[in-house]
Design a protein around this ligand. Structure first.
Ligand code: ASP
Length: 347
């Protein structure tokens, strides 16, 4: 072959060769996700075998759906949405369908989501008729210039986004209603005794932890991007439009590809004041702590010192996962592309 012909061939085919090589670069197959269904006074002695199975089955279903999404090349944001929607649709968890009641006997839900690649975030608070508040949070993130929307305004925007709506009666769960009545009774008892020195400590498990049961998901997708999402009905008997940590970016939810993705559950007021989710990320970014050390520092030291109860799930850019909590139990689990998997409830 003449030199000039070879040269022409090279000019013609080199770009094709380069392009096909680029195409062959498959995404990194390392992906993983972790889920939580709330922390609180969850003790084996108070749990029936049937109920335990119901919880683990539902968490498994949500985890698996998220995993399948990631394994098919879906994004970490997609995984957060599909998994959280499953838990929001279940009456078992304090989010969506199973949301707890406010002091006024209403359901007011909060949710948030954050994209670790872009640092974009969206959240809704105090919404009453959005069937899956996590989908509305995504809309705020992707279709508005804002981060947080509340109440009727958030619902109006969710309507524009074509989110699914449900009548307020859809969110009524007898079990949740009974919890509210019990807590109100205990509160009244405390008020009645407030002129004496005796403090009436609620004895019922439900009364002690006001039924935490928030749900959350953190994920690392095949493209190396992190995401986190959290959804909740808040705390039983909450008053005056109270908003917890779940919809507050940096408190209940945070994601940053440089560090980690975090979703929290527990007594929200403490998580807000401790800026828990961002604190884990900041300890990694500024102090160089590992994911596990950073999460441990915040949940087992900072929160404990303040008296804050709960836990979190977190994942870093390598797919390491940590799930610390300082309460009796936390519904939690993870799945990784290396085949490892765990689903746990108690300590
Ligand atoms: N963190 C939630 C809140 O305070 C409650 C929970 O995690 O169950 O609203």
């Amino acid at each position: 072959m003449k030199k000039t012909t070879l040269f022409i061939y090279l000019i013609l085919f080199l770009p094709i060769l380069v392009l096909s090589q680029e195409k062959k670069q498959t995404p990194n197959k390392n992906f993983a996700l972790a889920i939580h269904g709330g922390a609180g006074t969850i003790l084996k002695k108070n749990m029936s075998t049937e109920l335990e199975k119901e919880y683990t089955d539902k968490l498994n279903e949500a985890l698996k759906k998220g995993y399948d999404t990631l394994s098919k090349g879906g994004t970490s944001i997609d995984a957060v949405i599909v998994s959280i929607k499953i838990l929001e649709d279940s009456p078992l968890f304090n989010a969506g369908k199973g949301s707890v009641f406010t002091a006024d006997g209403k359901n007011e839900m909060d949710a948030s989501i954050m994209n670790g690649k872009t640092l974009m975030a969206g959240s809704v608070a105090g919404v009453r008729t959005i069937k899956n508040p996590i989908t509305a949070a995504r809309c705020v993130m992707e279709k508005s210039p804002h981060v947080m929307m509340v109440g009727v305004g958030a619902e109006k925007f969710a309507k524009q986004c074509k989110c699914e709506f449900a009548d307020t009666s859809y969110f009524f769960e007898q079990k949740r209603w009974d919890q509210l009545q019990k807590i109100k009774k205990a509160e009244q008892l405390q008020l009645d005794h407030s002129d004496t020195t005796s403090f009436v400590e609620p004895t019922d498990i439900d009364l002690k932890d006001k039924k935490f049961g928030t749900v959350g998901l953190v994920a690392l997708d095949q493209y190396g991007n992190l995401a986190a999402g959290t959804s909740t009905g808040g705390m039983t008997n909450k008053k005056f439009g109270r908003v917890g940590d779940a919809p507050i970016i940096g408190a209940g939810t945070y994601a940053n590809n440089k560090t980690c993705a975090v979703s929290c559950t527990g007594h929200g007021e403490f998580f807000i004041r401790s800026v828990v989710a961002y604190d884990v990320s900041a300890l990694m970014e500024y102090k160089g702590l590992s994911l596990a050390d950073a999460a441990n520092e915040v949940v087992m030291k900072k929160l404990v010192t303040l008296g804050g109860e709960g836990g979190l799930i977190a994942i870093d850019a390598k797919g390491n996962i940590t799930m610390p909590f300082n309460s009796a139990g936390m519904y939690r689990g993870y799945m990784k592309s290396d085949g490892s998997k765990e689903l746990l409830i108690y300590k």
